[in-house]
Write a protein that binds this ligand. Structure first.
Ligand code: AMP
Length: 285
């Protein structure tokens, strides 16, 4: 596996493979890799001739009060996991390589970036879109794999790629969960044993609304109230949002008369956790 930190070198490798007509997968990450990330890598390895990954804790997607400096960094482990998963090239740039002195161009994200995370993390998707577009330029892959764990991010990236005519296919991959249902996340490393138990409230609340819909409750306000109650009963310290919205546009819904998406963001201790679930009208999705 090639480990490359220079953008020109990374471009040279990937554009060479591309000229040979090979299919190339890219998996952008911020490191602290877990099974969720590695599933994306394995999916790419099974579908593409070449698999590339990136590890970069992108400062422009963190607000000043957020966890940039304490974000977990486990590079040696990450490289081992990527090697085992048969990744061909990993791009690990320094900050200055992506944001040199004088850097001042940003992507204005699409409208789907405005609600939900956009309200609680202003500027977040501007940073995400900017770095993802840069990474697509540095590693000109044919297909990019993103997790549904970050559902809004996936819709934002899909829209950006369409709106800006970026020549890459976007694939969304199912959320990988711990055996009790907690979505795997690098931020789970922050949780102590007691908080880890309370963190299960996200999954409990999501599966509760799924059940309520299947039992016939279709009123979104009532379903959102149930989400809130279950999150607080289950141990969330603070709720940023707990919403049921249109799965593509993320627009408000009054009734669930079509598949919808439930999205939540809560704080457990000082850790902010997000999760989501596609809500289907009938069992056997
Ligand atoms: P991150 O390192 O958190 O920026 O995540 C990098 C990629 O991995 C994103 O596309 C995430 O959606 C995806 N990802 C993170 N956690 C999971 C998970 N539990 N299951 C599936 N994909 C995930």
């Amino acid at each position: 596996m090639k480990v490359v930190s220079n953008p020109h070198e990374a471009y040279a490798h990937v554009s060479h493979w591309r000229r040979e007509g090979l299919s190339i997968g890219i998996i952008p990450t911020m490191g602290a890799l877990h099974e969720g990330h590695l599933e994306l890598v394995r999916r790419s390895v099974s579908e593409c001739d070449i698999t590339t990954a990136t590890i970069f804790v992108n400062p422009t997607q963190f607000a000043p009060h957020e966890d940039l400096s304490r974000y977990p960094r486990t590079l040696e482990n990450d490289l081992e996991g990527l090697r085992d998963a048969k990744c061909d090239l990993v791009f690990v740039p320094q900050n200055e390589a992506l944001y040199p002195n004088g850097f001042s161009t940003y992507v204005q994200p699409p409208a789907t970036a405005e609600p939900l995370e956009g309200v609680f993390r202003p500027g977040h998707y501007r940073g995400v879109c900017t770095v993802v577009l840069k990474l697509f330029g540095i590693l000109p892959a044919t297909v990019a794999y993103f997790g549904q764990k970050d559902y809004q991010q996936l819709t934002v990236i899909r829209r950006m790629v369409e709106d800006l005519n970026v020549n890459i296919r976007i694939e969304g991959c199912p959320t990988v969960r711990e055996s009790d249902g907690l979505a795997m996340s690098s931020r789970n490393l922050y949780l102590d044993a007691e908080q880890r138990k309370r963190a299960l409230c996200l999954w409990t609340a999501l599966t509760l609304v799924q059940r309520l819909v299947q039992e016939g409750q279709r009123d979104v306000l009532k379903l959102e109230a149930a989400l809130h109650d279950q999150l607080l009963v289950g141990g969330a310290d603070r709720i940023d949002y707990a919403r049921i919205v249109h799965p593509d546009t993320l627009a408000d819904l009054q009734v669930v008369d079509q598949p919808a998406i439930a999205l939540i963001a809560v704080h457990v201790g000082t850790t902010r956790l997000i999760d989501n679930l596609v809500i289907n009208l009938a069992t056997n999705q």
